[in-house]
Every structure is written in structure tokens, then in C-alpha cells.
Design a protein around this ligand. Structure first.
Ligand code: ATP
Ligand code: MG
Length: 442
């Protein structure tokens, strides 16, 4: 045996089939680090199998960068043979292994034989086991319940996951209702796995379809951050619009975000900047909720444990709904461009789906709108205003400065004389400064 050999670990307690040529070639292409992990565990007399997403993606011919492995060794033993491993979820038997000089991460999980799922999310007690057969039967969908013995070049597929992969179908391992009732997160995973990227949307079989509707209340037992984690992945998927549509039809959307279930047709045409995609989709879901109810919207998002960033991005985009400028009005266009700042592309992409004609004219008009001659910042500061008006520093002066800034932007003023000249035309001496307009949009 050469130095590039894969060692054999303990044999599985479930039948395996030999690799075909394609799998042999795939094995040869796997990273060095993975072989190191497999060989170290085999040497320590453990059983070791590649499982989950990396097997699924390999069978589909897609590249995969994180590797999930299942082993008969317990976490303590793993930490002993991989001193640099991180105990990322030791109570559930998971350690994350990194190998020197290797970018990949390996999540190695001890085979489990679980007892009750009392809270509908996590098993109460995780008993570590030695049976691959039981471990695979604990997995969610057949396409995720295939294991590979890299040392022996065997594939273990007791639930016919490969058949479902080739027929592009989602099916639960065992009784769908029962499996979703054990762990409500599987509802979210079910919708997520419907989106198979470039391969389109894979539909659940009838049993799983029914279970996805009937077991919905189980979602209430799932930690909100887990729900958001899955939901945000759904929102950014290639076929997000189709999945969202199905979630809406099933009543799942409203269970996650009550009342956020606007018509989904705009979702199908949305072309948002990648970094804002999830948030733009959320804004569309809440497009029929009046922004006056922003506190409720914000609370709904807070409950999901979204980040402060995501929330404030959402709030500013939701506030902008329906506020496109008049494309023939240069002042409005200038202030729109200034006031929306770095949210402008995301806002336009949302409006493209809701008010496509106006949005297109605004885009055209913005194309030929020159940058502001004097830049975005106010040309004159508070001191200059104070000396021109004799006004003391304070709220009133601050408001006047904002007003002048607005006019500077709207009129595209070039210098301080032009701004100061405005003091002769606007009534800054009287009136309530709180009612003076500023440069923001709308
Ligand atoms: P990806 O990494 O692309 O999200 P994945 O299938 O690898 O896909 P992971 O969340 O990494 O998903 O989980 C790895 C494997 O663990 C899954 O393929 C599945 O077999 C199993 N699994 C994960 N979560 C659950 C769950 N909630 N219930 C049952 N099995 C699960
Ligand atoms: Mg994975």
C-alpha cells in the first residue's frame, strides 16, 4: 500500500454496495485532510463513514466543501486522537476536526441511538451507539441518509436514497409524520431541501407533503434562531420563490412570521443584490403591512433572533416601499438618490417587482443624473449660518442647516454663496423649525 491509501475502519452493520467508477474517481478527488481523518479513526479501531450533504452532493455530481462524518468512536476518544479538534457540540457527539495545511472542516459525530424527543427538537438524551444502521434511520430524508465507507469503497443506502435522488424527490426516512413530530426543525429542512439549486425544485412525496402541513405546530418547539437560520437559507436559494410560494400555500409562512404572507408573484421576478436578497424577500413578504405598524414588524423579526443589522436594513427598506421619486422631477431624483444611500439598489429591485413601469423610468432618469456638483455633504456649516443670520447655536440653527442641505441637494448648488443666498428667500426667522424639511427621503 502506498502513502495515499485509505485505511479500513470497522465494518458497518448494514449491507453495502461496491463503488462504481464514478465514485472511485470521486474518492480520488477528495481532500488529503479527509483521508487523514478517516485513516486516523480507522487506526484507532473505529468505524468511519462519510454521511449527509457531502455524500448527497457527490452523488449529484456537485462539489461540496464541508464534510460530515459518522464514527463509532466517542467524542472523548476523538478529542484524544485529534488534539486540535473543537468540541462544537459534544453533548450531541459532534467535534469539528481541522487538519494542518487543509482548508476543509470535518464535523465528526459519534453514531447515535437516541431516546425520546420530548421537546420536539432535540432528543432528551443522546446515547452513543455503534450501529450505522440505527444512525441512518435517525436521519431526516432518504437523500440525507446515505453513508459511504471510503476505506472499503462501499455505499450504504438502506432507504433507497439514490432512487429518490435520481427521481428528484424528497422523502422522509420512515414515517413522515412521526419523523417531523420528533423534531420540528425538519419542517424547515424539508422546505429547504426542496430547493435543489440548478436542479430546480424537488417535491416531497405525498406522505411528506401531508406531514409538512399536519405537523406544522411542531415548529413552535424549535428555537427561533434555528428557524431563522433555515429560513434565511431558504430566502437566498436559487428557487426561493417557488419554495416561499409553497410555504405560503401550506400556511407555513404565517407560522414563522404572522401575517407576512403577501402575494408571492413579485418573489418570482425579484433580482436583488446578493447581500440584500434575503431582506428584500422579507420586505416583499411584508409588502402589504403598513409601515405605520413598524413596531410590530420589528418585534416579529426580533423574536426570530435576527441580527441588528438585518433588522435595521429591513426597516429602512420597508419604509421605502412605494416611495419612488417622480422620474421627471430632478429635485426629487437627487434627493431620492441621496436619501436612500446604499439602499438604493435594493429598493429599486423591490420596486421593479411591484411597480415595474415607474421603477424602470426612475432607473433611466438616474442613469443620466449627474453626481452632485459640490458632493453630498453640506457646503456651509453651522458657524457660517450663525454669522449670516445672527442665530445662536441650537436646535433652530440645526434645523435650518438641514433645510439648506436639502435645497443644496435638490437644486444641485455649487458653492457657499448660492446656499447663503437662499437665506433671502426662505422664511427662517419665523415658523416652527420642527416642520422644516431635511434632506432625507421620502
Ligand atoms: P448542508 O450541509 O448542505 O446544509 P446537510 O445534509 O449536510 O446539508 P447538515 O445540517 O450539515 O445538512 O446535517 C448533516 C446530516 O445530518 C444531514 O444530511 C442529515 O442526515 C442529518 N441531520 C441534520 N439535521 C437533522 C435533523 N434535524 N433531523 C434528522 N437528521 C438531521
Ligand atoms: Mg452538512
Amino acid at each position: 500500500m502506498g502513502s495515499d491509501a485509505w485505511l479500513e475502519g470497522v465494518l458497518a452493520d448494514v449491507p453495502g454496495e461496491p463503488f462504481d467508477n464514478r465514485l472511485n474517481a470521486w474518492r480520488d478527488s477528495l481532500p488529503e485532510g479527509l483521508r487523514e481523518v478517516v485513516n486516523r479513526i480507522a487506526t484507532a479501531m473505529g468505524g468511519i463513514w462519510l454521511v449527509g450533504g457531502s455524500v448527497r452532493e457527490a452523488l449529484l455530481g456537485r462539489e461540496q466543501f464541508d464534510f460530515d462524518l459518522a464514527t463509532t468512536l466517542n467524542p472523548d476518544k476523538l478529542l484524544e486522537i485529534f488534539p486540535r479538534a473543537l468540541p462544537t457540540g459534544v453533548q450531541f457527539g459532534t467535534v469539528t476536526v481541522r487538519i494542518d495545511g487543509c482548508d476543509e472542516m470535518f464535523e465528526v459525530t459519534t453514531l447515535r441511538k437516541e431516546s425520546d424527543y420530548g421537546d420536539g427538537r432535540r432528543p432528551d438524551v443522546v446515547d452513543f451507539g455503534t450501529s450505522l444502521k440505527i444512525d441512518l434511520s435517525r436521519r431526516d430524508f432518504t437523500i440525507n441518509a446515505i453513508a459511504v465507507d471510503l476505506g472499503r469503497q462501499l455505499i450504504h443506502d438502506p432507504f433507497d436514497g439514490r432512487k429518490d435522488l435520481s427521481e428528484m424527490r424528497l422523502r422522509a426516512v420512515g414515517n413522515a409524520s412521526h419523523r417531523l413530530s420528533e423534531d420540528g426543525l425538519r419542517l424547515m429542512r424539508g422546505y429547504r431541501f426542496m430547493d435543489q439549486g440548478e436542479r430546480g425544485v424537488w417535491l416531497p412525496d405525498e406522505e411528506l407533503s401531508t406531514a409538512l402541513r399536519e405537523q406544522q405546530p411542531m415548529l413552535d418547539n424549535v428555537a427561533n434562531e434555528r428557524v431563522w437560520h433555515e429560513f434565511s437559507r431558504i430566502l437566498t436559494g436559487n428557487n426561493a420563490a417557488d419554495v416561499i410560494e409553497r410555504m405560503r400555500e401550506d400556511g407555513m409562512l404565517s407560522r414563522i412570521l404572522p401575517g407576512w404572507d403577501a402575494d408571492t408573484s413579485p418573489q418570482h421576478v425579484l433580482q436583488a443584490p446578493k447581500e440584500d436578497l434575503a431582506i428584500c424577500r422579507l420586505v416583499l413578504l411584508a409588502a402589504e403591512i403598513n409601515h405605520e405598524r413598524w413596531r410590530v414588524l420589528e418585534d416579529d423579526l426580533r423574536v426570530l433572533k435576527t441580527s441588528n443589522n438585518d433588522r435595521s436594513r429591513f426597516m429602512s427598506l420597508h419604509r421605502l416601499l412605494g416611495t419612488l421619486p417622480d422620474p421627471t422631477n430632478l429635485s426629487e431624483l437627487r434627493r431620492y438618490r441621496f436619501g436612500t444611500g446604499n439602499a438604493i439598489q435594493a429598493h429599486l429591485s423591490i420596486e421593479d417587482t411591484l411597480r415595474p413601469e415607474v421603477s424602470a423610468s426612475v432607473r433611466d432618469a438616474l442613469q443620466s443624473l449627474r453626481p452632485l456638483t459640490a458632493g453630498d455633504l453640506p457646503i456651509i456649516d453651522g458657524y457660517a449660518i450663525a454669522s449670516a443670520t445672527g442665530m445662536p447655536m441650537g436646535r433652530r440653527l440645526g434645523q435650518l442647516k438641514s433645510w439648506l442641505h436639502r435645497m443644496q441637494i435638490e437644486l444641485d448648488l455649487a458653492g457657499s454663496e448660492q446656499v447663503l443666498a437662499l437665506l433671502d428667500v426662505i422664511d427662517w426667522a419665523g415658523g416652527d423649525p420642527e416642520s422644516w424639511p431635511g434632506p432625507s427621503w421620502p
